[in-house]
Design a protein around this ligand. Sequence first.
Ligand code: GLU
Length: 349
Amino acid sequence: MKKTILLMCTVLLAVFAYAQQKPRIIILATGGTIAGAGKAADRAGYEAGKIPIDDLVGAIPSVKKVADISGEQISSIGSQDMTIEIWKKLAVRANEIFDKNEADGIVITHGTDTQEETAYFLDLLVSSDKPVVLTGSMRPATAISADGPKNLYDAITIAASPKAKGKGVIVSFNEGIFDGRDVMKMSTTKVNAFFSPNTGPIGQVYDGKVEFYQASMREVNVKTPFSVKVDTKLPRVDIVYMYADAPSDQIDMLVSKKVDGIVIAGVGNGNFNKAYMDAVKRAVAAGVIVCRASRAPSGRVVLEDEINDAELGTIVSDDLTPQKARILLMLGLTKTRDKKQLQQYFFTY
Ligand code: GLU
């Protein structure tokens, strides 16, 4: 009898302890303004990536009630200096964390300038359905009304929420939750810097409460065929910007450099002038994969519309911005050079 009671108590205690367990969140810190230190509180100038991750979390002590948090410093850079090497490190580490069940969610602190690119790169490569949430800030930690502590608190709250499972890689900013595929930095300096022009936010976080309203029909829950290791060499893909009366020199220069792919940030529906048209023909003849995207911030580039892609030998980015189309083309080219297959990637992810 005594033994049975003891056993029951042990089971109850174990169940209680399990119920009390907080989600385990690992923060991968890369730098950016969120870790930036300025000379004075009333000046926006600062040095990015100066403040270590432990100090950033230390500034929001109440977040310890939300999750068990640990941090790893991956880099300490402004995100204008983000590199493919760091992207690969992040993807490899994120997959390792989930494969070894080291955490229930990951938060990545990141400068805002290239955050949308890192989010999409990881979206295509992280194979777990556990949450990965990127965030940053527009004001350095030393500024009046610094937005970093709130953004970090919100990102941890989202990563700790069961609702965020299966949503792909997310960007959390200024109380908005955005799909990593669709989000874009829309303002150079304002705190509401991020938006998804084609789809809008997928949810909101406020006062510690997370709510989702819609989900992407694209890469979410779709296992991509892509994977990278730290020593994977990605094909070189560059972006060329189209503008009125643009000469074709940049395209010809890239072909002479033997790049694997070129994304054209075209005008409107991925259009370009005659000089570009002739240069694109030369690029395609030289075996370069040319993808038509648009410098317009919303809408999609439609295959076989104003331009005869079948005849020209080009593919289109669908609704990906040029900087995101470059990422998909780089990863796509690790798998194939077949244009039909590459185009299919753009209609799938
Ligand atoms: N250039 C900085 C960066 O991207 C500024 C943007 C920021 O973090 O807000 O790291």
